[in-house]
Design a protein around this ligand. Structure first.
Ligand code: GLN
Length: 198
């Protein structure tokens, strides 16, 4: 036996609703251990990173509050826990949102204004290839997606599609309007795992 195996990153995946399994499969392929987060006791063991999956943000926000997960997770994110958020997850992180009529709070840790269902209901789902800063061409699948209408100057804009912001990084938070977990390109998940390992 030579070098000791590196510690596998421990990633919490919010598993209340939506496309969480696909993230778990991709992260497992990259060597991470995933823990599904459904109740407060799931937060007891330490985490190196957090995934907020796509789905329905209004349902996710209600469940987060009802299950008592909202405040402990908000605190962890605010204290620097690395996050990968996709689609509804981006809405959960955003400080402001338009077309969001939910009475339940978002985490509000990402200084952007997001527009829910920004592409309308009919044209809501499409695939394209966009350019991601530092990565190059990347396949992007949008499903009733939001986009970011406005980002604070300190937010690093990673990608735009048709002029609209669809990927950002801010400190330890990566937020995407599209769904890399539904494709086979693992580079964004790998970038998230390197944040989680740092
Ligand atoms: N339209 C959903 C929402 O507003 C997001 C869609 C998705 O996550 N694919 O929450």
């Amino acid at each position: 036996m030579s070098a000791r195996a590196a510690k596998r990153p421990q990633i919490g995946v919010l598993a209340l609703q939506g496309a969480f399994l696909e993230h778990e499969k991709m992260l497992a392929r990259l060597g991470a251990d995933c823990r599904e987060l459904r109740e407060k006791s799931d937060l007891e063991a330490p985490l190196d990173g957090l995934v907020l999956p796509g789905g329905e943000s209004t349902t996710q926000k209600k469940l987060l509050t009802d299950l008592g997960l909202y405040e402990p997770l908000r605190k962890k994110i605010a204290q620097g826990l690395p996050v990968l958020a996709t689609c509804a997850g981006l809405i959960l992180l955003a400080r402001n949102a338009t077309q969001d009529h939910s009475p339940y709070p978002s985490f509000g840790t990402l200084p952007v204004r997001v527009r829910r269902n920004a592409y309308g209901r009919q044209l809501g789902s499409f695939s394209t290839t966009g350019e991601i800063k530092g990565l190059g061409a990347f396949p992007m699948r949008f499903i009733r997606a939001p986009f970011i209408e406005e980002a604070a100057p300190e937010v690093d804009v990673l990608a735009r599609v048709d002029g609209n912001i669809v990927a950002v990084r801010y400190q330890h938070q990566i937020a995407l309007a599209f769904h890399p977990e539904l494709g086979s390109d693992t580079r964004l998940h790998a970038a998230f795992l390197s944040l989680a390992a740092s």
